[in-house]
Every structure is written in structure tokens, then in C-alpha cells.
Design a protein around this ligand. Structure first.
Ligand code: SF4
Length: 353
């Protein structure tokens, strides 16, 4: 469900589309050009307060303050990796919840990984974000502001966004789609949709719906196993959707959008990393247009999963390539600053942050 009011029931101005903002200002008796100005303050100049909108009259700023709320995340924690400069941020929301975002520098630009929910209810066994279940969905403004705050703090333009932090984006569908449209809007940060990746654990109706949105984003599927049997031990969602159906929906996504897919595969020692499994994976996705991203799993203290050894990872990759599947091993970023996604938030909430 689309959520454009804050927790006190006020209209959340940063979650409004340009057209909705025009209507809002016209209802306040303002001329259409005001919408351009306000949109620019919110989504280009990235202000955190109505008082900073200096091209507006005091009267209008007051009217906006009375009728709307302006979401601005508070930085409650920052950790910078000494190894690769990756930064992890903990942001406080107005209701006291805390979320995690990550900023990474690559040769092709700066990338931000955002959270789409507070917590997650999908229960993937290797993930720290789900240990306390789902707290609530994030509004479009709360997803946007993770990027806006990071761009302001670092002083560097963000060129790539991955929706791969805490939360299952398909479980917060309407707000995530609104977020993507605002993020790529020509009057806002205007991040190319081709540089936005949505990662899902494989919710079939969500993938089908996404294919119809007319977006040019990349779809990443968290696959993590070459068959339903192993997948069920890692991801409870595999009990609801069979791999064959998930992959069929992925193929339809490619056919509708022309966008090649990414298959995420976390390698867990002794669980899904032997060569028989690599063979099975190669056959499973032989007809798909996409590539495999192999992820050495991040150990989390609440589970006893262990990362595959370097040789096992390399052998797995080589076998995929021999079978004609394009595969890369994801570089581990920020290994020294909080490990897996959701871990930093968890330790903060438990008072260790
Ligand atoms: S991996 Fe993603 S979908 Fe699975 S529990 Fe973690 S946040 Fe949720």
C-alpha cells in the first residue's frame, strides 16, 4: 500500500510526485512555478527543513509546515572501512526506528545500497536483517533520503543505487515503485533507471507486476541454490514459489524489458558450494539472459554458516564459465565495519553500536 503520510498523519511532501505537489500548492493558492521551486529544494538541493527554502515567502513556508512534514533522516552512526573506504550509515527515523545504508566506491561511480523496510519478514537463514522480523515498511521519502543524506555527507554524486539492504522490496511494492520513479525523475536527482537494481528473494507475482511497470531497472534474483530442496533450507520463501516458476517470471521480465538479469548466489561452505551444485546451477539458468554474482557469505553470529574457501569459490566460478554462464565473484566491501547487511543495525539496537 502506498504510504505518503508520516506517522502523525501529516502529508509527507518528499513522497509526493511532481504532479501531486503541483496540486498541493495550487490548493494553497500558489502559482504552478512554485511546484518547480519546491521540488528543486527537496530533490536537487536536498534541504532538510522548510526554513531553508529561501526563495519562498515566509508565509508559504509556514503554510507548508502546517500542512506537510519533511522527512529528514538523522545520522546516528557512521563507520568507514580502512580497507576500501566503504561507509556504513545508521539513520534514525522520526518514530525512533533505525535503518542501515551503505556507500561504496567503484571505478564506474559511487553506489548506495538502501534498505526498503525496517527489518524483514522473509526469514532467509543467512541474513541478519530478518532476525527480529518486520517492523514496518519505509515510505518513498525514507528510501530517497538515505541517498540524499549520503550524497550530502560525502559531497559526491551517487550514480548507482541498489535496493538490496534490509527488507524485501516486493513486500513494500507500491512505495518502492514510487521511490524509483522519484529517484529517476528528470526534475530530481535523475539517476538513470539502468543504474538502479532491485533485488528480490523471488516473489513471483511481484516480478510479473514489475515487468509491466515500463521501468528500465535491473532485476536481481537471490537464487542461492540450484534446486528447491537446498533453497528451502536457506530461504523460507522457496516453500511458496517453486524455482521453475520464479525463473519463468524472470524470463518474462527479460522479454518485456530487454534487461538482463542478475542471479545472486551466496556460497555457504558445505551447503551449496560443491561442483555438482555448480553443474545444476548452470543447467538451471542455461536459457536465461543474465549473469551470476557469486557472494562469499558473510558469517553472522546467530547462525553457523561458514564462508566457502577461496579454492571452492574459484572452482565454482570456473565451472559456470565452462558451461557458458557469465559469472563474477562479488568483492567483499567494508568487511571490517559490520559484516553482513543488517548486522550494524542489530548491534546498535542491542546497545553494542
Ligand atoms: S536476504 Fe533480503 S529478503 Fe532475505 S531476509 Fe534478508 S533482507 Fe529479507
Amino acid at each position: 500500500m502506498l504510504d505518503i503520510t508520516d506517522h502523525k498523519g501529516k502529508k509527507d511532501i518528499k513522497s509526493l510526485t511532481f504532479e501531486e505537489l503541483e496540486a498541493e500548492l495550487s490548493a494553497l493558492g500558489e502559482k504552478p512555478f512554485r511546484a518547480k521551486q519546491v521540488y528543486d529544494w527537496l530533490h536537487v538541493k536536498l534541504v532538510t527543513d522548510f526554513g531553508q527554502m529561501s526563495s519562498l515567502s515566509k508565509e508559504l513556508r509556514k503554510k507548508l509546515e502546517d500542512t506537510c512534514s519533511l522527512t529528514a533522516l538523522k545520522t546516528v552512526g557512521e563507520r568507514i572501512s580502512k580497507i576500501d573506504g566503504t561507509r556504513k550509515y545508521l539513520f534514525g527515523l522520526e518514530d525512533g526506528n533505525v535503518i542501515e545504508s551503505v556507500w561504496m566506491q567503484y571505478h564506474h561511480g559511487n553506489s548506495v545500497c538502501i534498505s526498503s523496510q525496517v527489518g524483514c519478514r522473509m526469514g532467509c537463514r543467512f541474513c541478519a536483517s530478518t532476525l527480529d522480523g518486520l517492523e514496518r515498511n519505509l515510505r518513498p521519502s525514507e528510501m530517497l533520503d538515505q541517498i540524499y543524506r549520503i550524497q550530502t555527507i560525502t559531497g559526491e554524486r551517487v550514480s548507482n543505487v541498489v535496493i538490496m539492504g534490509s527488507g524485501e522490496p516486493m513486500d513494500n511494492y507500491d512505495n518502492v515503485i514510487r521511490f524509483i520513479r522519484l529517484l529517476s525523475h528528470e526534475r530530481g536527482l535523475h539517476i538513470s533507471q539502468r543504474n538502479i537494481t532491485l533485488s528480490t528473494c523471488g516473489i513471483v507475482p511481484g516480478i510479473r507486476r514489475l515487468a509491466e511497470e515500463g521501468l528500465q531497472i535491473t532485476l536481481a534474483l537471490s537464487l542461492h541454490a540450484p534446486n528447491d530442496e537446498v533453497r528451502k533450507t536457506l530461504m523460507p520463501i522457496a516453500n511458496s514459489y517453486k524455482l521453475a516458476d520464479v525463473l519463468k517470471a524472470c524470463h518474462e521480465y527479460f522479454q518485456k524489458t530487454g534487461r538482463r538479469l542478475t542471479f545472486e548466489y551466496s556460497l555457504v561452505r558445505g551447503v551449496n558450494d560443491n561442483l555438482k551444485e555448480a553443474e545444476a546451477l548452470a543447467s538451471l539458468i542455461a536459457d536465461q539472459k543474465g549473469h551470476v554474482n557469486l557472494i562469499p557469505v558473510n558469517p553472522i553470529k546467530e547462525r553457523d554458516y561458514v564462508q566457502s574457501g577461496q579454492k571452492a569459490i574459484q572452482d565454482f566460478k570456473n565451472l559456470l564459465e565452462k558451461r557458458g554462464i557469465n559469472a563474477t565473484v562479488r568483492r567483499e566491501m567494508g568487511r571490517d565495519i559490520g559484516g553482513a547487511c543488517g548486522q550494524l543495525r542489530k548491534s546498535y539496537m542491542e546497545g553494542e553500536g
